[in-house]
Design a protein around this ligand. Sequence first.
Ligand SMILES: [Zn+2]
Length: 336
Amino acid sequence: MKTWKFAVNSAYFGKKRDRFTEYQPDHTLEEKFQMVESIPGISGIELKYPFDLRDVPLAKRLLEESGLECPAVNVDIKDATHFRHGALSARTPEARRRAVSMLTEGMDIAAELGAGIVTTCPLADGYDYPFQIDYTTAWGNFIESLRMAASHRSDIRLAVESQPHEPHARILLANVGMVLFACAEAGVPNLGANLDIGHSFAAGESPAESASLLAAKNRLFYIHVNDNTGDGGDWDMISGSVHFWSWLELLYTLDKIGYSGWLGGDVAPKHIGPEAGYVINTRMVQRMRLLLERMGTEKIAALVRQEGVIDQTFEYLSSCLIPDPVEPVYRRKEKS
Ligand SMILES: [Zn+2]
């Protein structure tokens, strides 16, 4: 089976607060690197633009000194100061221009840092109410902005992240279908997806299916690994902690489709702190991968090829977890 390199999302090593409380203080970039360096299994750090990259030479030096790679620069285009009424899809050309130039600046910095990818989750582009936006105009603006940003340079790939809700009731780029639509409409080969597994569950998807569809169109550029309750909320939980079987299926599928990109951890470790959170997130994925290796991907593929054998499939898969014989099923006594 394939192995993948793991990165962390630097955003979770700085100040963390929600609308109720603050979980974690802010840290300097040097402190973030020190924390990430100590995490076993992590070889990359996805850096946020603009917050982490106000001093690009410093980031470059820290990458060199730590031996960490920067697989992607994560561009934040959702702050309410500039993008309260949308960013890439906004009515005002100033907001759209600003969002596009932030992406192109992020692409230039990515090139400087040796990162081949810019990721962005366009959460300012959404709506709450009926009659709030004109969908044709908003989607037209959205796709044109993405096309302009991606066309800035062909050596950096722009990976957009879908998410169904938050901070708006509805986000334009809500699911994998919307991502594929945007890519097809924009018509530029370096526009693709950062598939966030938790967002995929929140959108009611099977992430293995989403990954397969994206890969079929050469649009699977990056992956954010996490989990959530699957009821629409975005909890950035430990990978495989909720959707264990779907997570196994995802890793089996990533191996099958030959995904060779990074697995970028994207968990919110509010209870245990970022170091412990990213240790267990990485171990969970590594152990699920090892479990699949033990189960045998060829054996699983042979079962999946057959029709009407899902009982045999789960008999086999579960027997790999607990090989002991199962106790006989209790039967009610026959009525006399
Ligand atoms: Zn994400």
